[in-house]
Design a protein around this ligand. Structure first.
Ligand code: SF4
Length: 174
């Protein structure tokens, strides 16, 4: 996934150096136990002080998000793992964080192939460059297969839909 992303980024000469419309402000949901456990692996590498701060920040983000949802306000809150513009657990980040920003295609079962443009920063900097075939489909399939194998192994059927903040909040819940 990372390798293919880099190939595409190199094709366009695109290098994410952060932007005002930071994608870490987006409320992304993640749907796999695999990603939840992988972030937990990363979380365990941090010292206790960092862990405590992260769980406090995550709880606060969840609280503010809940309030905004109740009042119908849009939510744009920084992911608790973004520290000074960088992802604290970069090596452990979820799939969408690895794939975001570059134009891509995706074929969902029984549907036409869908093409999506890159992020705002990409469009500003790389407009007019020819499309590099970047198909997310194999990554989604592989992730789904790994998730199935994991859930069968541990005997879990429950579906997951969590933001990174919600995940980290649960780490603090013990
Ligand atoms: S996990 Fe890392 S890359 Fe993903 S939104 Fe949070 S800070 Fe950004």
């Amino acid at each position: 996934m990372d390798q293919k992303y880099q190939e595409a980024a190199d094709h366009y000469g695109f290098n994410c150096t952060g932007c005002e419309n930071n994608c870490c402000l987006t409320r992304f949901y993640h749907y796999t136990l695999l990603e939840y456990l992988y972030i937990y692996e990363g979380f365990k590498t941090l010292d206790k002080k960092q862990q405590n701060k992260l769980t406090r920040d995550a709880a606060e983000i969840c609280r503010k998000t809940g309030l905004a949802d109740e009042t119908g306000q849009p939510v744009r809150l920084m992911c608790p793992l973004n520290g000074g513009g960088l992802c604290i657990l970069y090596a452990f980040r979820p799939m969408i964080c690895r794939l975001f920003g570059i134009p891509h295609e995706l074929q969902q079962p029984g549907m036409e192939v869908m093409f999506h443009s890159g992020c705002e920063a990409f469009s500003e900097r790389c407009m007019g460059k020819g499309y590099f075939t970047f198909d997310r489909t194999p990554f989604f399939i592989e992730m789904a297969n790994l998730e199935l194998a994991l859930k069968q192994t541990v005997g879990i059927r429950q579906k997951i839909k969590l933001t990174v903040a919600q995940m980290i909040k649960t780490f603090g819940d013990g």
